[in-house]
Write a protein that binds this ligand. Structure first.
Ligand code: NAD
Length: 474
């Protein structure tokens, strides 16, 4: 038997989107959350995987949510005053609008990305600055202040964003222990930020390597990935955004600061899917990763800021994604940059067709007394297949994060709008770890200015290897 972590108490469960993540979370909900099967509905315009819903006795509402119909459709599923939860795992459904509706209906809510209605990701009439996340995030933080005590709404909680915020805290505790730091385990946001400052963590990468491959070569013009194809190319062509540490000396080329709000992030007027950094993961060692914009690149530096009495940042880490997607996805992105057209044929590699490889996803904390340290999950597809059906290794890292969020929401009602950084990391990882494969910590003496096999000119800061400009590889 599997441990039942929480109960919906006969409430209504509505899951929006039955893609790679929606399908993968279904068996985890069945195992670990007590719910009424007669009150479980999945909304998805596609019937490609309807047979799975049928097999599990879940109702399928085959409709695409739009700006025009979403209120009626959702209200239709929650008769006045009913309890339950909305889990949004779709693309093309506006997260802000869904949160607002859930709030008005008094319902808890969780999603894994802050998604807009269609028309925002690719719009040549929009300036790059209008396609940045920081302004929307600041607005949502203001809304969150007004909603304290309202139904719990967890924004952006899968693997990353999501789990990596919990790994960050666990990594800091390990680093504290390994460096002989004497201090109590932090309880408040300010104490966590001070711990990162005391340990002199200059920054962190969300450092990921996906080595999953199938034995069918990708066709020309076909976009292949291990999770949402739409998700990857949508965010891959947004401007690169990253948390900007207080130790940074110089903005990167095309880099811009914000002239309002706390200013914990910068944006680069270049797609994240074309912005490469040097990074490090266990197993392969040094590698290149994309600085694709993600919520955690903004939420982590915001959370870990130490302010002086005037509200000025004394300390803040640099933070960004450094993502090496699976080989097929790299090639797919490369082709899209050439064709300048959206892909016609899309495919997500299934657990069954993947013949080898794993997803290694963790936080790489650098600049501290021990150089750099990677802490994260190393999950092979072979292992994922044994742990739960309908998903590859990437999927399981995400769906177990969604499961942890659902459990935490039930255990913590009326928290208003919450980011993963504010949740109880220990409880969430406790729920999630049985699905993460090996959770490992690795130290390395690697720096971004180590190892070159050529001698082309490059801008380097030899004094401080941990400057962002040293990581930047193009
Ligand atoms: P997917 O592309 O496999 O599936 C998306 C599903 O949404 C599809 O089944 C599609 O039919 C459905 N959909 C499309 N338009 C819709 C509409 N208007 N109304 C309702 N449903 C609609 O994507 P996925 O891999 O399952 O990912 C789901 C979401 O989770 C994406 O937004 C993705 O970016 C996000 N995600 C987050 C993380 C994380 O770690 N935080 C990781 C992976 C994916």
């Amino acid at each position: 038997g599997y441990p039942v972590h929480a109960s919906l108490d006969g409430g209504i469960l509505v899951l929006i989107g039955f893609g790679s993540i929606g399908r993968g979370v279904l068996p985890l909900i069945e195992r670990h959350i007590d719910y009424d099967p007669a009150k479980f509905t999945v909304i998805d315009p596609s019937d490609e995987f309807a047979h799975i819903l049928k097999k599990h006795g879940v109702r399928h509402l085959q409709v695409a949510l739009t700006e025009e119909n979403y209120v009626d459709v959702i209200k239709g599923l929650f008769p006045d005053g009913s309890k339950g939860m909305i889990v949004n795992l779709s693309v093309d459904v506006d997260s802000g609008d869904m949160m607002e509706l859930a709030h008005n209906l008094g319902l808890p809510y969780v999603d894994t990305v802050y998604e807009p209605w269609p028309g925002w990701y690719f719009n040549p009439d929009m300036e790059s600055i209008e396609r940045c996340s920081y302004p929307d995030r600041e607005e949502l933080k203001n809304t969150a202040k007004e909603r304290v005590g309202g139904p719990t709404c967890v924004t952006c909680c899968g693997a990353n964003p999501g789990m990596v915020s919990w790994l960050m805290k666990e990594a800091l505790l390990i680093l504290a222990k390994d460096t002989g730091y004497e201090g109590a385990t932090p309880k408040t946001r300010d104490e966590w930020a001070r711990l990162a400052m005391d340990l002199r963590v200059k920054g962190l990468h969300i450092a990921e390597r996906d080595t999953q491959v199938s034995n069918r070569p990708k066709g020309v013009g076909e976009f292949v990935n291990t999770w949402s194809v739409d998700g990857l190319f949508n965010e891959g062509f947004l401007p690169a955004e990253l948390g900007w540490g207080t130790h940074e000396k110089k903005l990167p080329p095309h880099g811009h600061k914000w002239d309002f709000g706390p200013g914990y992030a910068i944006w680069i007027d270049k797609p994240g899917g074309e912005t490469l950094v040097r990074t490090w993961v266990p197993g392969v060692g040094p590698q290149l990763g994309f600085v694709i914009v993600h919520e955690e690149s903004l939420s982590i530096p915001d959370y870990f800021t130490v302010e002086d009495d005037d509200g000025k940042a004394l300390y803040r880490p640099t933070c960004h994604y450094a993502y090496h997607p699976c080989n097929d996805a790299i090639l797919s992105m490369h082709e899209i940059r050439g064709t300048c057209q959206l892909p016609e044929k899309k495919h997500i590699l299934t657990a069954e067709e993947i013949v080898s490889g794993s997803d290694d996803l963790g936080v790489l904390l650098y600049g501290h007394a021990k150089g750099a340290m990677w802490y994260g999950t190393r999950l092979s597809n072979d292992e994922a297949v044994k742990l739960a059906p309908y998903q590859n290794a990437t999927g399981l890292q995400v769906t177990s994060g969604v499961l942890a969020a659902m459990v935490w929401i039930i255990e913590n009602p009326n928290q208003g709008i919450v980011w993963a950084d504010q949740m109880d990391h220990a409880r969430c990882l406790e729920v999630q770890k049985p699905y993460l494969g090996r959770v490992e910590c690795h130290y390395t003496d690697w720096t971004p200015i180590a190892n070159r096999i050529t001698n082309f000119p490059e801008e380097r800061d030899e004094e401080d290897p941990w400057q962002f400009t040293n990581f930047l590889a193009n």
